[in-house]
Design a protein around this ligand. Structure first.
Ligand code: ADP
Length: 184
């Protein structure tokens, strides 16, 4: 499923994000930046030690990454050129600023991509694994931020991919993209 807004292609696919050949893949990291399970573990395993070395340098400089923020590193041995690490909120019922924090993750990743003049980016379904964010609400936030980015029309990204690991998320993203398409 693919839509085009203002020359920006936005698509949802079911795939392994470590295989993506794009300027940057996004990692759903934790604030320590020292690696974890889920997509974080898969990215570090496939990318090799260079990613963690960059993460250590960032920790020395700024002491990790707060929830809702993002940092950029090499992608090591991955086919992508960079990894943008963002820290999604842990779901605690929804009244602990989770929606704002998740929105900020997507916004900060897109800002970093612009700062580095990247043209393609792949997002995983941030916070919807171990962090327990409800998938439908997370998909709605992700698509609305990206749609707004494309509508604003002054960013460097030309291709934005939502790389879903499970079929539930793929169906939810396809639904959100259909809705976005009908509102163009
Ligand atoms: P969080 O702690 O932010 O919830 P997780 O890594 O547990 O992060 O999950 C985030 C999402 O990434 C989940 O939807 C999970 O299914 C997905 N995921 C796990 N491994 C991969 C992978 N190799 N490629 C793409 N998505 C993945």
């Amino acid at each position: 499923m693919k839509i085009v807004i203002n020359g920006v292609t936005i698509e949802a696919v079911q795939a392994d994000i470590t295989r993506e050949q794009v300027d940057a893949i996004v990692n759903a990291a934790n604030s320590s930046l020292l690696g974890g399970g889920g997509v974080d573990g898969a990215i570090h395993r496939a990318g090799g030690p260079a990613i963690l070395e960059d993460c250590y340098r960032i920790r020395e400089r700024q002491g990790g990454c707060p929830t809702g923020e993002a940092v950029i590193t090499t992608a090591g041995n991955l086919p992508a050129r960079h990894v943008i690490h963002t820290v999604g909120p842990v779901w605690n019922g929804g009244d602990q600023l989770e929606p704002d924090l998740l929105r900020h993750c997507y916004i900060h990743c897109l800002q970093l991509a612009d700062e580095h003049k990247l043209t393609s980016i792949s997002f995983p379904n941030i916070s919807t694994g171990i962090y327990g964010y409800p998938k439908p609400e997370a998909a709605e936030i992700a698509v609305s931020v990206v749609q707004q980015y494309a509508e604003t029309g002054n960013g460097s990204l030309e291709q934005i991919r939502f790389v879903c690991f499970d079929g539930d998320n793929l169906a939810l993203y396809e639904q959100q993209l259909e809705q976005a398409k009908s509102s163009i």
